[in-house]
Design a binder for this molecule. Structure first.
Ligand code: NAD
Ligand code: UDX
Length: 480
């Protein structure tokens, strides 16, 4: 029986391997991690990540051909194929700090693979890595291998959180890059055969290693660029009276553009977009491509602008101060159907409002109180190295509640920061009655019916929508 081992039991390693185990009864899959609490959670009824459909997939194969373990070395040693799906966060210090990918976890995984291997292996880059990483990995493996043959493949993952199971079950494409040598081609075929258990052959694309590595960064950059483009347009819509949803609809009808991924928002979040674009910027700079680097940098800058713009709207609408005012935050995850908060726009918005001394009452159906407090205490960009905890700062300004009506009770304003479906059907009449007047709603996700809420009596701001006369007539907040 073929053995697969995946190093890294995170948002990618866990679901991806569960999908392989589900579809390949003839393959033993072990997912290993150095984080014992994470592995314990994967082996429990309370999985470490919330992802629709994931519980059923794990239940169907855990203990059959899917195993979670902290015995990293044993499972790596036994495997024919080793996937490496460790985190590759933005580097925080040293050369390239703030932009380059931190490959510390990757390098240590590669050195360990070389140390414990006694048989030939295919090593698969599942993590998102800078283009040319495979070359470095090859050097580490081959200089420490004692004659063992390693073939490196790039097999980047394109799943989106919240729809991971659907994406894995019916991927738009599976991408495999490898060396164009006979051994490289053989390795590509071996990995192709794994996916061919459930993915149609025409959706499995093979190419050279560097194209595969770069395609992942390119895909995320283009997706994020679409959101920054529509968000930039949302600012112009507010200034002119156009409605960004109508504009996006009209634009998306052009079959060359297409309708998806054109929702204006308070800003994109998630562990990938910002990190991967910064990484791309760094690679461009290293290759002397200043203009190209600046082009992609602007995608991140517009995203920061959109978050700051939202905070300014809130503060300026509420008479230029939110000091001491209760503001309900509905949604903290970076998107709906996940409990993940990495780089969530809510973090920056909450920090901005706390900076103006607001009292926040936060509700999210999936994010725990501890997670929210930790996020607000940790330095920006520092979710992978949470050293600078300042819990006292936040407990004064933040309460986390388990009910949206409790969050909104007595509040001056409500900010919707994640597009959870349940926010569409809240009893807004009841919320209005329980709030201070005038009562404000700031919809950062375009989930509410603006006209309905205005009829109730709310003063409403919704990203990129024609402004409430109240908001329009107020002087704009001074630039920060
Ligand atoms: P994650 O932080 O959820 O998981 C990574 C895991 O690797 C952690 O549990 C960590 O303990 C473990 N790890 C680190 N070093 C290790 C080592 N030496 N040995 C064993 N375990 C080790 O990260 P993630 O979200 O799953 O992302 C993993 C990679 O996939 C990143 O490169 C990311 O950019 C990429 N990616 C993520 C997504 C996503 O939606 N999250 C989608 C596509 C690609
Ligand atoms: C992304 C890529 O989509 C995925 O292919 C890659 O593998 C990992 O990175 P993810 O970050 O999980 O996936 O979610 P995604 O659906 O892309 O959303 C990212 C952010 O953009 C979220 O904050 C989301 O709310 C925001 N978004 C998305 C918008 O603001 N508008 C949109 O139209 C779409």
């Amino acid at each position: 029986m073929m053995k697969i081992c995946c190093i890294g039991a995170g948002y990618v390693g866990g679901p991806t391997m569960a999908m392989i185990a589900l579809n390949c009864h003839d393959i033993d899959v072990a997912v290993v991690d150095i984080a014992a609490p994470r592995i314990n959670a994967w082996n429990s009824s309370n999985l470490p990540i919330f992802e629709p459909g994931l519980d059923d997939v794990v239940k169907a194969c855990r203990g059959r051909n899917l195993f979670f373990s902290t015995d990293v070395e044993k499972h790596v040693a036994e495997a024919d194929i080793v996937f490496v799906s460790v985190n590759t966060p933005t580097k925080l210090r040293g050369l390239g700090a703030g932009k380059a990918a931190d490959l510390t976890y990757w390098e240590s995984a590669a050195r360990m693979i070389a140390d414990v291997s006694t048989t030939d292996k295919i090593v698969v880059e599942k993590s998102t890595v800078p283009v040319k990483t495979a070359e470095a990995i090859e050097k580490i493996l081959n200089h420490n291998s004692n004659g063992i043959q390693f073939q490196i493949l790039s097999n980047p993952e394109f799943l989106a959180e919240g729809t991971a199971i659907e994406d894995l079950m019916k991927p738009d494409r599976v991408l495999i890059g490898g060396r164009e040598t006979p051994d490289g081609k053989k390795a590509i075929e071996t990995l192709k055969d794994v996916y061919a258990h459930w993915v149609p052959a025409d959706r499995i694309i093979t190419m050279n290693l560097w194209s595969a590595e770069l395609s992942k960064l390119a895909a995320n950059a283009l997706l994020a660029q679409r959101i920054s483009s529509v968000n930039a347009m949302s600012a112009l819509c507010e200034a002119t009276g156009a409605d960004v949803s109508e504009v996006a609809y009209a634009v998306g009808k052009d079959s060359r553009i297409g309708p998806r991924f054109l929702n204006a928002s308070v800003g994109y979040g998630g562990s990938c977009f910002q990190k991967d674009i910064l990484n791309l910027v760094y690679i461009c700079e290293c290759n002397g491509l200043t203009e190209v680097a600046n082009y992609w940098k602007q995608v991140v800058q517009i995203n920061d602008y959109q978050k700051a713009r939202f905070v300014k709207r809130v503060v300026s609408s509420m008479f230029n101060t939110v000091s001491g005012k209760k503001i309900a935050i509905l949604g903290f995850a970076f998107k709906k159907d996940t409990g993940d908060t990495r780089e969530t726009a809510a973090m920056d918005v909450c920090r901005g409002l706390i900076g103006d001394k607001a009292q926040l009452s936060i509700y999210d159906p999936q994010v725990t109180r501890e997670q929210i407090l930790r996020d607000l205490a940790v330095d920006k960009l520092d979710w992978d190295h949470p050293r600078h905890l300042q819990q006292s700062l936040n407990s004064k300004h933040v309460s986390v509640v388990s009910d949206p009506y409790e969050a909104t009770k007595g509040a001056h304003g409500v900010c919707i920061l994640t597009e959870w479906d349940e926010f569409k059907t809240l009893e807004y009449e009841r919320i209005y009655k329980s709030m201070q007047k005038p009562a404000f709603v700031f919809d950062g996700r375009n989930v509410i019916d603006v006209n309905e809420l205005r009829k109730i009596g709310f003063i409403v701001y919704s990203v990129g929508k024609p402004l409430d006369p109240w908001v329009k007539d107020l002087p704009a907040a001074p630039p920060s």
